[in-house]
Design a protein around this ligand. Structure first.
Ligand code: SF4
Length: 396
């Protein structure tokens, strides 16, 4: 059962939102139809006010971030021609295709030396040459070299791909990866679960039910994970609600999700953007805020709703901290995937920049680990200066 949340119903200007506000106050779960109302109401500020109240009841003014580093070992992908929203993937012989050797991965990971990095976020393409041994060797080497760093790696789609090419069960793949050092799974690869949407944007990609199944298997093994939804392409409001319902149902069953992260579609340098005739920023700030707020209100069994500043800009992320968001993407260091489809945001942020972003929204920053345990609170006078130089170097 969701918790009862204090809320002033007079803040709502759309009468259709009133029954939802009453459920919030009573601690009642929202229905699919409530979610549709939240997505379609003209009163965005009312939706945001309810999400803000729900978030404050759980987290007060605290906003967390992690000191993380993204590593993308390969952009070679067998689905290069069928995921039409993707600008990152390449075929093996195509210009720009790359696959890191172990030494290259380790060289990239050495950017973490002397910095505050506590997590490697490792995802890439579905490369026929990167089977189980490629990743188990990589994770073992990373854990030997950086024993303090958490490994969050391989989307559900990559796990299913490794299982397929190795002719193993997904469970056995997860067990082998965990033994090699895998700590948690990222939430990418979900896109929008609806079969009709997948037919248009990711025809051959792992389906929504299978994505859920990989996460269920991971949770049952004690491997926690994040989850996402890609929005702003061809999906309907009902598709979004079906997606959120599937995530909420699995969370009821396993409690294994750490955070929900809605991801905004970017239309540059991908086939879908050309088909839709869109360039530049595809989603509106209005829709970005609404997706975050609905996530907070509908996913009542999730503790953490995260804004990905790389996709929606740091300015919008500041506002999102008043629309139900309690966690933001961290230092990152060198982001490639969204910059391949036209993200104009920086590829990383220093600790000082993250603190400035959070404080600039009137919130209190706290650094967390990958399981959302707070490691460090920052007083107003604390700019994390002893770590700032090293994160600055990493962002170059
Ligand atoms: S979205 Fe993922 S699976 Fe699809 S082409 Fe891009 S890298 Fe490959």
């Amino acid at each position: 059962m969701p918790r009862a949340v204090p809320f002033d119903l007079d803040r709502l200007r759309d009468e259709a939102l009133r029954p939802i506000g009453e459920k919030l106050i009573a601690g009642e779960r929202l229905s699919f139809a409530d979610g549709v109302t939240l997505f379609t109401s003209p009163d965005l500020l009312g939706v945001g006010a309810m999400a803000d109240a729900a978030n404050r009841a759980k987290h007060g003014d605290r906003v967390t971030f992690a000191s993380n580093q993204h590593i993308n070992p390969t952009n070679i992908c067998v689905l290069r021609k069928t995921c039409v929203f993707c600008g990152y993937a390449r075929l093996p012989k195509e210009e720009g295709a790359y696959r890191y050797t172990l030494d290259q991965v380790l060289a990239e990971s050495d950017r973490a030396d002397g910095t505050i990095t506590r997590e490697f976020h490792i995802v890439g393409g579905l490369d026929m040459q990167t089977g189980l041994a490629y990743y188990t060797e990589m994770f073992r080497a990373l854990k030997t070299r950086h024993p303090q760093v958490h490994i969050k790696a391989l989307t559900a789609v990559e796990i299913a791909h490794i299982a397929r090419i190795e002719k193993m069960s997904r469970e056995d793949v997860l067990i082998a990866l965990r033994e090699a050092g895998l700590d948690t799974l990222p939430g990418g690869g979900a896109e929008t679960f609806s079969a009709a949407v997948r037919e248009q944007i990711a025809d051959k990609k792992l389906g929504g039910t299978d994505y859920i199944d990989v996460h269920r298997t991971a949770h049952k093994l004690g491997i926690r994970s994040n989850c996402t939804m890609l929005y702003g392409h061809v999906e309907t409001i009902e598709d979004r609600m079906q997606h959120l319902t599937m995530l909420r149902d699995l969370q009821d069953e396993t409690g294994g999700f750490l955070a929900y992260i809605p991801l905004a579609y970017h239309p540059d340098d991908n086939e879908l953007g050309k088909t839709l005739g869109r360039t530049g920023t595809s989603t509106t700030g209005f829709d970005d805020l609404r997706n975050l707020a609905v996530g907070r209100l509908f996913l009542d069994n999730f503790d953490h709703i995260k804004s990905h500043w790389i996709m929606v800009t740091s300015a919008l992320t500041q506002i999102a901290l008043h629309f139900g968001v309690n966690d933001i993407e961290g230092t990152v260091v060198r982001e490639k995937i969204y910059h391949a489809v036209g993200a104009h945001t920086p590829q990383g942020m220093t600790l000082a920049q993250l603190l400035q972003l959070i404080r600039g929204a009137g919130k209190q920053p706290a650094e967390r680990d990958s399981f959302y345990q707070v490691i460090r609170e920052f007083t107003d006078a604390d700019n994390g200066e002893e770590a700032a130089d090293t994160t600055q170097a990493a962002v170059a």
